[in-house]
Design a protein. Structure first.
Lengths: 224, 224
């Protein structure tokens, strides 16, 4: 091969690498199974190639100004940047046909995912409270009032939906819930599904999906 | 007409009223322009027939246990009940073709609406804080740090999107923002768009849409 041939081969290889890179999803997030984990669950479920880019704590201050609203996780794809874990999960849910058959179905799936997100926000409010006295008060209300209400309603909802959160079949809302489970468990300090057999079973069902099982086995160890 | 004829006419009338009732959207919410107002903006924009059912404060304790998660607003349609204002607005957005042309477009619209919702939650955190000292601290951080960050980024976002929140044209995220504007203004106690010309102009654009203008004129007076 002459010099020109070598240059052409190199250019071609760079082009292929560029195209491959452009078509790879990149998840940027902290190195814990928190808000990004449902995204990684969905990408794994769909066998989509993705780069799992973990932000180290020391890097965050440098990266933060370049994120859309100073928050993680972020999804990059074909040079575009997306934020907001719920919006990203809904997008992947569509790609993977984990959605409904009509707009009302999707409304029910969206509301189910929003309910899980609401529950997360309620737990957040206690967990990130800096004042220890107020934190204890918040935990009391959370554990005695808020959590039982959510669990009771979610158990009913799952019963009415044949073991799933919405429309009687597996949707992205179920993967969103199962992906967020560890974070909720971690913040609460106990397994809230202990007396919630439907929520427990649904989580186990998602964890048992071959692609999710494989992901959990190969992912980096938790770093809470 | 004999007795049988009269009965048939009555039955027919009841049937027609039933069908009409089933096909009417019903918005149940408190009597303030808060989370339900974007829903009413969208229904008005689409000239969809809706019943605007206002919950009086005294009624709420009685109704609350019958709502999906003890929250308002609620949308009823064809005997089905939906909750979560963002999910409802997205559903109406699809009906009214205020969405994108592909899944990535919709991801951007969803993330824009979520950002407005995040801003609302940040303002909520201060507004509903019961301890007056902590409330003052929260307001300080909100007004000096959080709000400027959101405003600066939203101004850029609107500039990049030809005057809208996403994809360079009017979407349901814009109506969501404009519908929520009064609530944000009320909680903050000042007009946060005063030094945010793009946000201000976008709100004015939505308010100037004939269907929105007509709705604002005919709706019940604010009841904050």
């Amino acid at each position: 091969m002459d010099q020109r041939g070598v240059i052409l081969v190199i250019l071609f290889a760079v082009f292929i690498l560029y195209i491959r890179d452009q078509n790879t999803y990149k998840v940027k997030s902290f190195s814990v199974p928190a808000l990004a984990e449902p995204i990684r669950f969905l990408l794994s479920y769909g066998n989509l190639v993705f780069e799992d880019q973990r932000i180290q704590l020391g890097e965050w201050e440098r990266l933060k100004p370049f994120t859309p609203y100073g928050k993680e996780p972020i999804l990059e794809y074909k040079g575009k940047v997306a934020h907001h874990s719920l919006a990203i999960c809904r997008y992947l849910g569509k790609k993977l046909k984990l959605v409904g058959e009509n707009d009302w179905d999707d409304l029910e799936i969206d509301a189910a995912a929003d309910t899980i997100s609401d529950l997360r926000l309620e737990i957040d409010q206690y967990f990130y409270e800096p004042d220890s006295k107020i934190r204890a008060q918040k935990k009391e209300i959370l554990v005695k009032e808020i959590l039982p209400l959510y669990i009771q309603r979610l158990e009913n909802q799952i019963r009415e939906n044949k073991g799933f959160l919405a429309i009687g079949k597996l949707t992205w809302a179920d993967l969103y819930y199962a992906g967020l489970y560890e974070y909720l468990h971690y913040m609460l300090g106990f397994d809230f599904t202990e007396n919630a057999p439907k929520l427990r079973h649904l989580k186990q069902q998602v964890y048992a999906l071959p692609a999710i099982k494989a992901w959990i086995e190969k992912r980096p160890k938790n770093n809470f």
